[in-house]
Design a protein around this ligand. Structure first.
Ligand SMILES: [Zn+2]
Length: 110
């Protein structure tokens, strides 16, 4: 029977292991935004089957069985990666609006 301290230590270790693994998509998108490596998800979007190019968000190839998103003629990503990227872009645009209610939602370009 493990003691409470041993159980707590095991839980902390497993949480730490999880954090050090591949971060969830949203954390990745936020980190890429923070470092300036990822532009806002705006511009023309072209979709099609994957051509084996690498997704800018998860760094995995977009295979021919997957849907590839080409954003603004240059950024390639998967459909689920694009969805999170777009959500985070909208979230950031909303946060950037002034608090006095004068912000115009049309300023969000998607
Ligand atoms: Zn991806």
């Amino acid at each position: 029977m493990p003691t409470m301290l041993e159980t707590t230590k095991a839980l902390l270790a497993s949480n730490r292991a999880r954090r050090e693994g591949v971060p969830p998509l949203r954390e990745t998108v936020r980190a890429l935004f923070a470092t300036g490596l990822l532009p806002p998800a705006s511009g023309k979007v072209v979709t099609g089957y994957g051509t084996g190019k690498r997704c800018v968000i998860c760094y995995q190839s977009v295979t021919s069985e997957q849907v590839e998103y080409e954003v603004d003629g240059r950024v390639i990503c998967h459909l689920p990666c694009f969805n999170v990227w777009r959500e985070e872009t909208i979230q950031r645009a909303i946060q950037a609006l002034p608090d006095d209610g004068t912000g115009v939602i049309d300023s969000i370009r998607l």
